[in-house]
Ligand binder design. Structure first.
Ligand code: SF4
Length: 116
């Protein structure tokens, strides 16, 4: 899945039904170059990666971001379904510690395995 951050709608920050992307939100109104956001220069796939190493890398990029707090607040308000936003990994609208590995979860002590 490829998502360009500059194409994302940021509900609540839009006026008059106009779609406003991250670039419009974070860029200044004058003609200067604006913030140099890590996600604007990195591969967008990095922020929607599946591997723990790539997710950790995306989080580290967010750690240097000047709008990290605002980004996280926006992601929470939008209930982002997936991806790394504001330095947090999202799943179904809420931050999670890590993605669950594919397959059946391991049995925990005290779990009862049903005989089939
Ligand atoms: S916190 Fe991360 S995802 Fe959000 S704008 Fe900054 S670099 Fe991009």
């Amino acid at each position: 899945m490829t998502v360009l951050f500059s194409e994302l709608l940021v509900p609540g920050w839009a006026e008059g039904g106009t779609m406003i992307g991250m670039r419009e939100v974070t860029a200044p109104t004058d003609n200067s170059t604006g913030f140099n956001l890590p996600c604007h220069s990195a591969d967008p796939e990095t922020f929607f990666a599946e591997t723990p190493a790539m997710i950790a890398f995306a989080k580290s990029l967010c750690g240097e971001c000047p709008v990290r707090t605002q980004c996280l607040e926006g992601a929470l308000s939008r209930s982002e379904p997936c991806g790394v936003w504001g330095g947090e990994l999202f799943d179904e609208g809420r931050p999670i510690i890590a993605k669950r590995a594919p397959g059946r979860p391991r049995l925990q002590r005290g779990d009862v395995e049903l005989a089939g």
